[in-house]
Design a protein around this ligand. Structure first.
Ligand code: NAP
Ligand code: 3JN
Length: 341
């Protein structure tokens, strides 16, 4: 449980990464009440410093005493690090908000998107999980529709930017694009195939059922966040040569009939969503416009006549912001709001 304070000692674990960088920027932008900030990464980064507000802070390596005195630790250094260090941090008395998949499906760990299931923060035991980026933007949109018309089934296809894979993948897309345009051979390090000028129907590793781990994260995390196992989800996740923002095509089947106009009205009134839907004027959400925005943008809302009660739409959100850093910091803000004496 977080104790009420005027300002909090915060740690970012994975501070040098794509998500870590965004966390540092988001703490500043949202004027989170930070008393002091500690930055952690691997041994490789010791000696580097990163700017927070107007100060350069040193990057430290983790050890068993790293979390002493820290109130809130934002983890984004991958599942292996979270597995080892999140329990160490929680045992030191700090609240961990973890961005990896390590704890998401643990029944003892709440998996939270504040617009959807803030109530689940009440039962945390020191670790709170941030969902996968593709899941976060989808559940922000599904929740108001589920409340209005009860969702039976969702078919989702994602178009995920390379920043979801981290800094090295962003460098790879940049390099490959320059190499293709300059007739140089393309070098692949991060992805098994060229990502420049291509689409890869493959995110994370393949499972025995033929789906990828990313696809099954979307299926399982959605049920846990909505608190409803009856919502059937099937996903196809695709990596596209875009630097920032994940786009998703959603086909939603509901138990109760809901019209496209009703969906627009319900979503316009919902938190964290912007309805941006005037296709006759070429207005619909685009990754390049939604980058650096906090909200999930929705457009192309239309009725799907191929099923009894169907709605189709296109949704776009910044995967590093709402998909990772912002959602984690919104969780921290909710903890601060409800902190006890
Ligand atoms: P990234 O750009 O590759 O950054 C990885 C970070 O982890 C770096 O700061 C790295 O430090 C640090 N790290 C690596 N090994 C470490 C160690 N032994 N001890 C401490 N720190 C270590 O990756 P990213 O895109 O920021 O993603 C990081 C993690 O966040 C992912 O693995 C994933 O679990 C999670 N993530 C979640 C979402 C989401 O959907 N919520 C989205 C993207 C990522 P060095 O610079 O020193 O190597
Ligand atoms: O690929 C994306 O667009 C999102 C990637 C998320 C990610 C990357 C590496 C490891 C995760 C995640 O958040 O699920 C993980 C992981 O922790 O499993």
């Amino acid at each position: 449980m977080l104790k009420k304070k005027e300002k909090y000692i915060v740690a970012v674990v994975g501070a040098t990464g794509a998500v870590g960088n965004e966390m540092i920027a988001t703490l500043t932008q949202r004027q989170f009440p930070v008393a002091s900030l500690r930055l952690f990464a691997s041994e490789r980064s010791v000696g580097k410093s990163l700017r927070f507000r107007d100060t350069d802070l040193p990057v430290e390596a983790l050890d068993k005493n790293s979390f002493t005195g820290i109130d809130i630790a934002l983890f984004s250094a991958g599942g292996e690090r979270s597995k080892i260090w999140a329990p160490v941090a929680a045992a030191s008395g700090c609240v961990v908000i973890d961005n990896s998949s390590q704890w998401r499906m643990d029944p003892e760990v709440p998996l939270v998107v504040p617009e959807v299931n803030e109530h689940d923060l009440t039962w945390h035991k020191g670790i709170i999980a941030n969902p996968n980026c593709s899941t976060i933007q989808m559940v922000v949109v599904l929740k108001p529709i589920h409340d209005a018309a009860q969702i039976k089934r969702v078919v989702v296809t994602t178009f995920q930017s390379v920043s979801g894979t981290g800094k090295k993948a962003m460098d790879e897309l940049m390099q490959q694009t320059a190499d293709v345009l300059n007739f140089r051979p393309v070098i692949k390090n991060v992805y098994p195939h060229q990502i420049a000028f291509n689409c890869l129907p493959h995110i994370d590793s393949f499972l025995e059922n033929g789906y990828t781990k990313e696809e099954m994260k979307m299926v399982n995390e959605t049920k846990k966040i909505l608190g409803d196992d009856s919502v059937a989800v099937t996903a196809t996740t695709v990596r596209v040569p875009v630097f920032r923002c994940h786009s998703e095509s959603l086909n939603i089947e509901t138990i109760k009939k809901i019209t496209a106009n009703e969906v627009r009205a319900v979503l316009s009134a919902a938190p964290g969503i912007i309805v941006y839907d005037a296709p006759e004027k070429n207005i619909y959400p685009l990754a390049i416009d939604v980058a650096d925005k906090d909200e999930t943008y929705i457009g192309r809302v239309r009725e799907d006549d191929s099923v009894e009660n169907g709605i189709n739409m296109w949704i776009v959100s910044d995967n590093l912001r709402k998909g990772a850093a912002l959602n984690a910091i919104q969780i921290a803000e909710k903890l601060v709001e409800s902190a006890g004496q």
